[in-house]
Design a protein around this ligand. Structure first.
Ligand SMILES: [Zn+2]
Length: 235
């Protein structure tokens, strides 16, 4: 029997590499939790300025456009807060400065639940392997979470130690828990469609793909629509 998450956490921090990642990965979950009263914050590591096939596109202009799209999507989901750290798209590195930023956010938001990329997921079938920034952001978040954010002598200038209890890693090849997003699948589709720069030929198909993926996970979870995660119990 699939493990379906019940009660919403009180405080959530989601950390993703690019402006559209959280909506694609866990938008239904974040919307469900926001509706249920959770305080949900999102940190986006890179500016997304290279996320286009258009060689004439200006990187800084695209980054600005994507920040605006993120604002819209965040309002659609009902996030309590969101920010872009502004690292260069495609050049994210698992550095002390990235980990320090993430530790600072964990200690400010004091989440009981964290959402982020599963960095161990590399190959998804024959046609896609996981973006380098996703893998880097995933590892940096895990290292920031444990032990760094929870122990006071790591990054002592970034606030008092805080240990998040649970991490849910999306984009995983080994999901072991699911969130029923049947009531928020429309919100997720609307949030994904805010990222217009990512859909060159109109965005009609994007909603179909989002629903199809959530249906697949729903079949595994025994509900119409779901999002699946690898769960880590950290405390
Ligand atoms: Zn991405």
């Amino acid at each position: 029997m699939a493990d379906l998450l019940g009660a919403a956490p009180s405080r959530v921090l989601a950390v993703y590499a690019h402006p559209d990642d959280a909506d694609v990965a866990c938008g239904g979950t974040l919307a469900r939790w926001s509706r249920a009263g959770s305080e949900v914050h999102l940190v986006v590591c890179t500016d997304g300025g290279r996320g286009t096939r258009d060689a004439t596109s200006d990187v800084a202009a695209l980054a600005r456009q994507r920040a605006g799209e993120l604002d819209e999507a965040a309002a659609t989901i009902g996030l309590a807060g969101h920010c872009i750290l502004g690292f260069d798209d495609g050049e994210l590195e698992d550095t002390e400065s990235l980990r320090a930023e993430l530790v600072g956010w964990v200690r400010r938001v004091k989440p009981d639940v964290i959402c982020g990329h599963d960095p161990t997921a590399v190959f998804f079938g024959e046609h896609y392997f996981n973006h380098r920034d996703h893998r880097i952001a995933g590892w940096a978040l895990l290292d920031a979470l444990c032990p760094a954010a929870g122990l006071p002598h790591y990054f002592p200038d970034r606030g008092p130690a805080h240990q998040a209890q649970t991490a849910y890693l999306s984009g995983t090849l080994e999901p072991d828990v699911w969130v029923d997003v049947t009531d928020t699948i429309d919100v997720k589709v609307a949030a994904v469609q805010c990222h217009r720069s990512q859909f060159a030929s109109g965005d009609v198909w994007a909603g179909d793909v989002v629903r199809l993926r959530a249906e697949e996970e729903g079949r595994r979870a025994g509900v119409p629509y779901a999002e699946g995660y690898r769960r880590l119990l950290l405390s």
